[in-house]
Design a protein around this ligand. Structure first.
Ligand SMILES: [Zn+2]
Length: 84
């Protein structure tokens, strides 16, 4: 399988790896894809900012359950958005 040109990161993929990104656990390649997507996607930019605000409020990364509502809302928005 040729991997010379990394595939563009999808919104739902970004949402899945956002905690890894914030904990600096992404590979350099995925981190580059993450940031490339972020630069062009205001939805994910907003999502990342919400995550950062949550972390500031809690003083740590939220438990999975705390981010579910935000994530479900975001994914619903993406579904509506891509349907257009
Ligand atoms: Zn996105």
């Amino acid at each position: 399988m040729s991997e010379t040109h990394p595939p563009e990161m999808l919104c739902r993929e970004l949402v899945e790896v956002v905690t890894d990104y914030l904990e600096h656990r992404l590979s350099p390649r995925d981190r580059a894809r993450f940031e490339a997507h972020l630069a062009e996607c205001e939805y994910c930019e907003t999502y990342l900012e919400q995550m950062r605000q949550t972390i500031r409020a809690l003083g740590r990364l939220p438990e999975e359950s705390l981010s579910v509502d935000a994530r479900d809302g975001l994914l619903t928005a993406f579904r509506d958005w891509t349907r257009r």
